[in-house]
Design a protein around this ligand. Structure first.
Ligand code: CTP
Ligand code: MG
Length: 393
């Protein structure tokens, strides 16, 4: 296939090799999830929706494989245009590593921060158009909205006229020869490429940036990105759906108690098909109901002997598969147990972790007694009530 794709005159270097100190997540910033997809994957979605270009991703050396996975998913049938290289200790060194991988025939190079994950394709198109109209260096900018003050320590020195100020974004675009020369001659470290090129004496012109091209820097920025992506995923008219499930089992089963996905040695066991785990069964009913897929009997009837001794994980994992196959993602589940025993306080977190892992979505567990009233108060059995939320995908 590659022979039929013309060599693009544009390359986009996506720098994703930073550690994300200010974000403070467990993974390097570009590999943190916004939703089911990483920061890098979202950035690449914008890159591949822009005019066709060679794409060079610069990743931390330990993450080159992960970056390739994201790259191939985002590139689809254009995966021949993508490569991944390892970055350096500073952003400037990372850009230099990416530039070294740009194909010889490329005329224009855009440098883009993966951290600006939600940058719309139109910004790339504007930068490329300005380069094609003859500019050497192009910077997408946004007007500064806040009133800006110059300070000395905590004392305000003066107000700065914001009309002469602008906020710089990426992708920043350059005639390739200009950028190569600026990098070859660079001595100081600059925070962006436009500054480096300008230091080399090249005029930089501006095009309109976009608010969605903000850089994910702090945890609050990541929240903002998550909100924007969530809004896009749930267009008006496609609402989330809720479901309710309840289950009751009497004490008097064989073996040990299994409840909320945990084994409870020394506790009386519950009667019922499979292990009698009323918590798991209520969750399955709630999730299936939310997706409009019937109930536990529809999918896990007593005519399935392979489920006779099955525990929560088997039911929940299969339920998740059914719901996803029907086009839904599970949002979350809240489940309450009513019982005198077992006492959940000490194992609540453990139960939540087990159920969450099996279902692939957050499960919150609460437990209560019923002040001696009813069959749960009399210690005859256990009742569980679950509510689930699912979202169309
Ligand atoms: N970057 C890079 N190589 C570096 C440093 C930064 O490729 N050595 C990339 C980042 O991955 C990011 C972009 O440059 O996409 C902008 O940098 P920044 O937002 O500062 O990211 P980090 O350096 O990762 O974050 P922090 O400064 O908070 O550590
Ligand atoms: Mg940084």
């Amino acid at each position: 296939m590659s022979s039929v794709i013309p060599v693009p005159r544009v390359a986009i270097v996506v720098v994703a090799a930073g550690s994300g100190q200010r974000l403070g997540a467990a993974a390097p910033k570009a590999f943190v999830g916004i939703d089911a997809h990483t920061v890098l994957r979202h950035a690449l979605t914008g890159v591949f929706a822009a005019p066709q270009a060679q794409v060079v991703i610069v990743a931390p050396a330990s993450r080159v494989g992960d970056a390739l996975t994201d790259a191939h998913e985002a590139a689809g049938d254009r995966h021949d245009l993508v490569s991944v290289v390892a970055g350096g200790a500073t952003r400037q060194q990372s850009v230099a590593a990416g530039l070294a991988a740009v194909w010889p025939d490329v005329e224009y190079v855009l440098v883009h921060d993966a951290a600006r994950a939600l940058t719309p394709p139109a910004v790339f198109a504007r930068v490329i158009a300005a380069l094609q109209s003859g500019r050497d260096a192009v910077l997408p900018v946004l007007p500064v909205i806040d009133t800006i003050k110059r300070v000395d320590g905590d004392a305000v020195v003066e107000a700065v006229d914001r009309a002469s100020l602008t906020a710089a974004q990426t992708p920043q675009g350059f005639r390739r020869t200009v950028l190569d020369a600026a990098y070859a001659g660079a001595s100081d470290d600059h925070t962006d490429d436009a500054a480096l090129v300008q230091a080399a004496g090249i005029a930089v012109s501006t095009v309109a940036g976009d608010e969605r091209a903000f850089k994910i820097t702090t945890p609050a920025d990541l929240e903002r990105a998550r909100t924007l992506v969530g809004q896009a995923a749930a267009p008006v008219g496609i609402l989330p759906r809720v479901g309710l499930g309840t289950d009751v089992h009497a004490f008097g089963g064989d073996g040990t108690l299994w409840l909320a996905g945990l084994e409870w040695p020394g506790e009386p066991s519950l009667h019922g098909h499979s292990d009698g785990d009323a918590v798991a069964h209520a969750i399955v009913d709630a999730v299936l109901a939310a997706a409009g897929l019937g109930d536990i009997g529809t999918h896990f009837g007593t005519d399935r002997p392979e489920l006779a001794g099955a525990h929560a994980a088997a039911f929940l994992t299969q339920t998740r598969g059914l719901v996803e196959a029907a086009g839904f993602q599970i949002g979350n589940v809240s489940v309450q147990v009513q019982a005198n025993r077992p006492r959940f306080a000490a194992r609540r977190a453990e139960a939540e972790a087990a159920l969450t892992a099996a279902l692939g979505a957050p499960v919150a567990v609460s437990a209560t007694t019923t002040d001696g009233l009813g069959f749960t108060g009399a210690g005859e059995g256990v009742a569980a009530f679950a509510v689930a939320l699912v979202v169309p995908r």
